[in-house]
Design a protein around this ligand. Structure first.
Ligand SMILES: O=C(O)/C=C(\CC(=O)C(=O)O)C(=O)O
Length: 295
């Protein structure tokens, strides 16, 4: 891989290994992003990181290399509320990608309809202070109440604000998808305080989904991320009809400890050890949220 341009970051592996685990035919990488290309799709003036280009060609080459069939592309914070790069990637996928947008809460109904037409099926609310300047709950709630039919809300937060966010999340009238399980401390184990709180939240509604993603972000013990496997496998088993999986490529902000995507795929059979669990995690569940018309 060529060196990054000055001031721009490379957070992804230049030569990821081929996974030992082979995903089933039709498997979906349900959490990934694209960056730019910047010349065509400039980053937001408010972006908290400035990555090197990681466009659709690279994403689809990785998809094929890892043995996946489709992607769900989540608008990354570096592109702000301009979804053009994500929409472009969805268009270039020839039906093999759908997306999650980030919108100005004042967005019109016509613009929401255009996002639906472009392949978006949800919006994301990001509560990580290092990624966004503000996260206005009242405005988020207002837009969550007027989403196109069948859409959901993706929420990204860290475990320490789960309780604080409860009244807000409880009021959202569409399914919720929680990024990276709300970032629990996986070293506490499967019965640790963070996992217990997250389970109580999942038990409060049957339309809360989550992504069993990002061992690289959540497990300080490092690759092969044994603490993640131990803490997350019971959660996948107990909530097997509302869990998704994704690579998180190009791993925004992970430039200091870049994960090997092949190793991330090899986490799948450790958290979903049976063929049936793998089919739900990689096909049935994401199809219900992103391609329901095919079911
Ligand atoms: O890719 C992720 O899910 C996590 C991110 C980046 C992100 O969410 C964004 O840029 O919007 C992070 O923790 O830095």
């Amino acid at each position: 891989m060529t060196a990054p341009e000055p001031g721009r970051i490379i957070s992804w592996h230049g030569n990821p290994s081929k996974p030992r685990y082979t995903p089933p035919a039709g498997a979906i990488d349900a959490h990934c992003h694209v960056f730019g290309p910047m010349a065509q799709f400039p980053f937001s003036a408010k972006a908290k990181y400035l990555p090197q280009d990681a466009g659709p060609d690279m994403l689809f080459a990785l998809r094929d290399h890892l043995g996946f069939a489709r992607n769900v592309i989540v608008q990354a914070s570096c592109h702000g509320t301009d979804n053009a790069a994500t929409l472009d990637a969805i268009t270039k996928s020839n039906g093999k990608a759908r997306g999650v947008a980030v919108v100005d809460p004042a967005i019109s109904e016509a613009d929401l309809a255009a996002l639906h037409e472009g392949g978006m099926r949800g919006i994301r609310f990001n509560f990580l202070k290092r990624l966004v300047d503000d996260a206005p709950k009242d405005k988020f709630l207002e837009v969550a109440r007027r989403l196109p039919k069948g859409w959901h809300v993706v929420i990204y937060f860290e475990a320490d604000i789960l309780e604080e966010l409860r009244p807000f999340m409880d009021a959202i009238p569409v399914p919720l998808v929680i990024d990276h399980m709300g970032r629990p401390d996986v070293t506490q184990g499967p019965d640790g305080a963070d996992m217990k709180a997250f389970r109580a939240f999942l038990d409060s509604r049957d339309d809360i989904w989550f992504k069993a993603t990002c061992p690289d972000r959540l497990d300080p013990t490092g690759d092969p991320w044994n603490a993640f496997a131990e803490a997350v496998a019971p959660l996948v088993a107990d909530y097997q009809d509302r869990v998704l999986w994704g690579t998180d490529w190009p791993h925004p902000n992970m430039q200091d400890v870049i994960p090997d995507d092949g190793h991330l795929v090899d986490m799948i059979p450790r958290i979903a050890p049976t063929v049936e669990l793998q089919r739900k995690l990689l096909i049935d569940n994401p199809m219900r949220l992103y391609w329901p018309e095919e079911l």
